[in-house]
Design a protein around this ligand. Structure first.
Ligand code: SAH
Length: 463
């Protein structure tokens, strides 16, 4: 079971949370001032700020600004004024406003909870503000927020309740999925008795927010340890001070978790993402339902598809360019005494060599990293997906199964289907679509936030 060395290519990561589509345009100035009918909106502090009429930082235009006695009815706080384009986006149920749609946010501190209003003074609620991200505003409520740590505790509670009826046959799942749980900038994953979290924005990094989060997770999930995974690049982009990954609570640094009856090692200090690709959890089980005979898991990472197929009696080979990932895959295989062959290789080279050498398989899984990080490299990405699928199809025996995944947000399900259809045509194979799948239900897709939907997993019968 040696790890044979072939050429390495690159090691891009799959994004944890969706990023902004590129190609934002500059803000278009919109008309200021009066509502239709010519009546100036009462108490529009946002508007006055814009017009420089007052040094007022209060922004609560969504409700009565002041009670009769003059006391503020909504909490005083900084205000961000947005363009009509930004407002239209929020009205459609999205929660982001790009920096190019921010008209004014003077003096707003990094990570502040802000009121959001358009230039006419119409309020949209409260948001978390970032002074550095292209996504300047992330909405958290349609009303005012007295205490963000308190709101965070409630949202974590709701996230746990949402998953209770949905998450099955696993002790590893995503507890909080950023925008998908109305907690933008926060990822929390549970791996049996260890919780691993990632903080992606200035607001979530604030000390009172961190303290409330750790206390809530500790109380509700009672883990042996809570670890933080730091992405140095994201902290740099958010202009947050550098920080090391490490334990926030407890001392336990490794555990074993079980998905669909298959066991895996977990060490919060190692690996990609917060440790594993939990978004594929339901797809592992689905793929294993069809898998048989000789199986090839391409881009296998720590062996999750491979081991699910081995548990169904397949003879499995797993391929990845990351040696550390394969070493854990090998340790994982030993947990249930599965005999899997792991190959350290550039998948493109290996598939070319193997298909050239006339090798054949009954089942092939393709789960590459996100090739299309931005819209700009979509074309190149599609070529990459096509090449992989074409080579896989050439190697599948009649009646075989192809599991073809993409975690690029910019590659739509239709786009991936088309690529596979083209590959099938070139390979002279007839494909029957067995399943169109997405990310596991603990990574909820919010209909009005398209970026929450990124993972595609297509399963085909190949003749
Ligand atoms: N199927 C895995 C997740 C794969 S993520 C699971 O469900 O757990 C993508 C993987 O592709 C990573 O492990 C990364 O190391 C690997 N990778 C990236 N580029 C590669 C290349 N050119 N050849 C082989 N592996 C590659």
């Amino acid at each position: 079971m040696g790890l044979g060395a072939i050429a390495l290519m690159r090691k891009p990561r799959r994004p944890d949370a969706p990023g902004p589509p590129d190609g934002r345009r500059a803000a278009v100035p919109t008309r200021v001032g009066v509502r239709p009918g010519g009546v100036a909106r009462r108490g529009s502090e946002a508007l006055r700020l814009r017009l420089g009429m007052a040094e007022i930082r209060m922004c609560a235009p969504w409700k009565e600004i002041r009670k009769k006695d003059g006391a503020p009815a909504a909490p005083a706080g900084p205000c961000v004024v947005i363009t009509q384009r930004g407002a239209t986006r929020l009205k459609a149920g999205h929660v982001w406003v790009y920096r190019s749609d921010v008209v004014s946010a003077e003096g707003v501190a990094p990570g502040a909870v802000v009121g959001v209003a358009d230039e006419r003074g119409r309020g949209f609620g409260s948001a978390l503000y970032s002074t550095s991200s292209q996504i300047a505003v992330r909405m958290i409520s349609s009303g005012s927020v007295a205490s963000f740590p308190e709101l965070l505790r409630e949202r974590v509670e709701q996230a746990i309740a949402y998953r209770e009826p949905l998450v099955r046959r696993t002790d590893a799942y995503r507890v909080v999925f950023s925008e998908g749980d109305l907690l933008p900038g926060l990822i929390v994953d549970r791996y049996n008795d260890i919780v691993s979290l990632q903080i992606l924005t200035q607001a979530m990094d604030a000390e009172p927010v961190r303290a409330a989060l750790v206390a809530k997770l500790s109380e509700r999930l009672q883990p042996a340890a809570i670890a933080e995974r730091v992405d140095a690049h994201i902290r740099e982009l958010e202009q947050l001070p550098a920080k090391e990954s490490g334990l926030l609570q407890g001392e336990k640094t490794s555990t074993i978790f079980t998905m669909n009856g298959v066991r895996f090692h977990f060490d919060p200090r190692e690996g990609q993402k917060t440790g594993a690709f939990l978004d594929q959890r339901e797809n592992y089980a689905a793929a294993a339902e069809y898998a048989r005979g000789e199986a090839l898991d391409v881009f296998c990472y720590q062996g999750a598809f491979a081991l699910h197929m081995a548990a169904r009696g397949c003879k499995v080979t797993g391929v990845d360019s990351s040696r550390p990932a394969l070493e854990i895959a090998d340790k994982n295989a030993l947990l249930d005494q599965h005999d899997v062959e792991w190959i350290e290789a550039n998948a493109f080279d290996l598939l070319k060599d193997y298909s050239g050498a006339g090798r054949h398989y009954d089942t092939i899984v393709l789960d590459p990293p996100a090739f299309a990080k931005t819209k700009k490299n979509l074309e190149t990405a599609l070529r990459g997906y096509k090449e992989l699928n074409l080579r896989a199809l050439k190697m599948l025996r009649p009646g075989g199964t192809l599991v073809s995944c993409s975690c690029s947000y910019h590659v739509s399900e239709g786009g991936l289907l088309q690529v596979v259809a083209e590959a099938a045509q070139d390979a002279h194979r007839m494909l029957r679509l067995l399943e169109k799948r997405g990310q596991a239900k603990d990574h909820p897709v919010v209909l009005s936030i398209p970026e929450t939907s990124y993972l595609k997993c297509l399963i085909f019968h190949v003749n």
